[in-house]
Design a binder for this molecule. Sequence first.
Ligand SMILES: [Zn+2]
Length: 234
Amino acid sequence: MLDILAFGAHPDDVEIGIGGTIAVHTAKGYRCGIVDLSKGEKASHGNPEERMLEGEKAARVLGAEVRECANLPDAFIKNDGDSREKVIQLIRKYRPKIVLCPYFDDNHPDHINASLLVKEACHLSGLLKYPIEGKPYRPTQLFYYFLGKTADPTLLIDISSQVDIKWKAIACHKSQFSLPSEVRVETMVNSPVFIQYLKSRDQFFGSLIRVPYAEGLVPEGKLFLNNLFSLGGE
Ligand SMILES: [Zn+2]
């Protein structure tokens, strides 16, 4: 059983969107896992084998206990029955209390489809008679994190204590972010300013709660607390 299971469409999504949040929770002893829905085989650089090794290294940096690939087709991720089956199997296998997945509004169709796919799988996984192997299980809470587009976050996680770990985990994806200029085709992701964009976003979210760096989350449904003092980092 895991406390948190973070889904990404591609092997670097979780690090980019929510690496700091994963690192904050593993540092506190929570058990976290990562699922890459695809191997990222349609990226301009890197091959699936390289990307898998980079992802494993990044998971170790973040302190995640497991990293799995659901082997859905990169650039063709769909919210269909076969894909839901794979995601439900993973949810029933790891039984996470909290699930993280990409925000539903994004430039990349894979991120949009991954968002709805994971949301529906979280619900269907809890149905007693849904015909997929594994004991029925529904996570307590689903949160969306930001990739290609940003919206107004409901919740901000102070990641300042672990922000260096986040950049270190992203740097593990060498095929995406640090190929020498002679061998790379310039893309938005591997342009030198991309990491600056990420840092700026996390700093902006941090500024909203007066900490150096934060990541933003949007919950599915309403949040509830049993105790007001659990707000504000208590
Ligand atoms: Zn992606």
